[in-house]
Design a protein around this ligand. Structure first.
Ligand code: AHG
Ligand code: MN
Ligand code: MN
Length: 335
């Protein structure tokens, strides 16, 4: 333990390099980590207590809410409102912006999260995670936060990351200065630096997509999937699909390849399934900072300005060369 780097130590070192740092960002992270530990505790006991299954409700996305979705959301909203450094939050599970009550000190950070990604996997003990994006209020803005203030393109994120509740619990984050991974040592309750400066391989033959959606795809999406199925530099492709974006992304980040959720013809989902602000944008920020890329087919994910809190986008994310191949297909360059 003596030579291990804790996440707090790592954050403080990074903050030292920013002379204008106030300590607010470190405080925000501290509370976020506490939330993740609380969620980890519940997820790891999920089979033992009455926490599996659905609440019987349907969320703003039209999807069934799992009990652990709701619990994770409550933990984050409750704790983070008390962090003293936020003015607003947005969650996959809440239709509108959650403004920090005047009863608490406020700061100028805004936090967006998917409290539990991959929640349909909970009941079968497969990895889930929490994805987060940190934005800053524009200088000069005061008073009640307007929804529009959260609709920033991903390139303006201050930081982004995720907690993965997997075989071990991990935190992966970036502030735009490299991507760093930490593993929770449950015996001491600390996240320790285990994956410094993660770089995604520039090309890979692993492709991750729900191929059951084949009949719903257009010709270009099918061509993308076929390209990677055929190997992409290797004799054959290798398919891996957990069905939890955060887990599929984590594998892609470490092993290379591509994760895809192309647009499909389902009613209301023609622009893709995944949410821009709490899923695509934070993971695209991580991918790019690790040397990878992310596109919706035609546009860089980080350049997209979302039109609403729950806007959805197609997503192709992973190794740079794989993503470039998708862009060539969508531009019509590769027939
Ligand atoms: P969430 O659990 O937050 O609603 O997200 C589910 C998402 C994402 O995690 C995953 O990659 C994708 O849905 C899987 O969708 P399909 O079941 O349509 O493949
Ligand atoms: Mn999700
Ligand atoms: Mn979710």
């Amino acid at each position: 333990m003596s030579s291990e780097v804790t996440v707090t130590e790592h954050l403080l070192l990074q903050q030292k390099r920013a002379p204008q740092a106030t300590g607010h960002f470190t405080a925000l992270f501290h509370d976020l980590i506490l939330c993740a530990k609380l969620i980890h505790r519940s997820v790891s006991k999920a089979g033992l207590v009455d926490i599996l299954g659905g609440t019987g409700e349907i969320n703003v996305q039209g999807e069934y809410v799992q009990k652990l979705d709701e619990l994770s959301n409550r933990i984050l909203l409750y704790r983070m409102e008390r962090s003293g450094v936020l003015c607003a939050m947005a969650s996959e599970e809440n239709p509108d912006v959650v403004r920090v009550s005047a009863a608490f000190p406020r700061g100028d950070y805004m936090l967006i999260f998917d409290p539990l990604d991959g929640s349909s996997n909970i009941d079968v003990n497969i990895d889930v995670g929490t994805i987060f994006s940190i934005l800053r209020r524009k200088p000069g803005k005061t008073g009640e936060v307007e929804t529009e203030e959260l609709l920033q393109p991903g390139c303006e994120q201050v930081a982004a990351g995720y907690f993965l509740y997997g075989t071990s619990t991990m935190l992966v984050y970036t502030t735009g200065q490299g991507v760093h991974g930490f593993t929770l040592d449950p015996s001491i309750g600390e996240f320790l630096l285990s994956h410094p400066d993660i770089r995604i391989p520039e090309q890979g033959n692993i492709y991750s997509v729900n191929e059951g959606n084949w009949p719903l795809w257009d010709a270009r999406a099918r061509q993308c999937v076929e390209t990677f199925r055929n190997g992409f530099g290797k004799p054959q492709g290798c398919s891996r699909y957990v069905g939890a974006l955060v887990a599929d992304f984590h594998r892609t980040l470490l092993n290379g390849g591509i994760y895809m959720y192309p647009p499909d013809s389902r009613i209301g989902k023609s622009r893709g399934k995944l949410r821009y602000l709490c899923e695509a944008s934070p993971l695209a920020f991580i991918a790019e900072n690790a040397g990878g890329a992310a596109t919706d087919g035609t546009q860089r994910i980080l350049d997209i300005k979302p039109t609403s809190l729950h806007a959805r986008v197609p997503l192709f994310i992973g190794s740079r060369k794989n993503v470039e191949a998708v862009q060539r297909i969508y531009s019509g360059e590769t027939k």
